[in-house]
Write a protein that binds this ligand. Sequence first.
Ligand SMILES: [Zn+2]
Length: 286
Amino acid sequence: MEPVLMTSGPYAGRHVLVLQPEPDEHEVFPFLRLPAEIRNMIYSLVLERPGHKLYIYGKNSGVINTLWLRDDGAPRVQQHYSSSLMRVNKQINVESIPYLFSRHTFDFSDSTMMQKFLEHIGPERIQSLVAVHVQKQFRTTMRKAYQLLSPAVSLSELKLFSSLYHPYYNTAFLWPNALLPLVQAWCTEGGRSREDVMSIISMPGAVRGFCDQHGSFCNKQLTVCVQKECAYDEFYKELREEIFKSMDLVEAKKQAIKSGTPVKTRAGRKTKAIDYSGMCGDEDEN
Ligand SMILES: [Zn+2]
């Protein structure tokens, strides 16, 4: 910027420097030359909503809608929110990801929306997720949806509120199969222990039953009930056992391959390919 010689007015004869608060069209604010601490403060101010969770819902047509809700269920104060800063360039995107994805709970209306959303944001952002809630489960999408969470090795809370959409259908037996790929990924790629992984998963909606004193119990009920507690304990115990059994089976297969023992299928033929993922497709070996 060059000083300009004023030829008229009160500053005539003087050199002045004109500072423009609004940048010219060709001028760009040097955001990336700001110190990292300042950039982080800006990311935080723009992208963080303390005390709020992001509710994700939509239609099967593919539209993904988001809504900020208060964590405590209190009415929400209407606030402008824009994440367009994240789309400025690659560096800003990478730097800002945690401020949206690691600082809030992501609450999905159902497993189908969860699948759509996770496919949309991709593994890099999924990796930053720390808390996920899922309301309804659909049989057609639950397994895929939970498998997509595999990169989220820092997740500390996975809460599944309702069982399958059908309210009277016992779905407990579906869960080991639906969660196995995710638990395996968190153990092998995330380096977590099985117990640690299982301890972050809670499924208040997966257990249904009946108590003489309190009537039927299911998701979202807060009544203190010993029978309900027992039903939950029993459910988690079975879930853990089923998943760990499948994982042991995969481990045994791997060991057998390593030590050169041919693994036979039930039909007695040698396997021609090893499935290191432990599970593939929807075939059920039982
Ligand atoms: Zn009871």
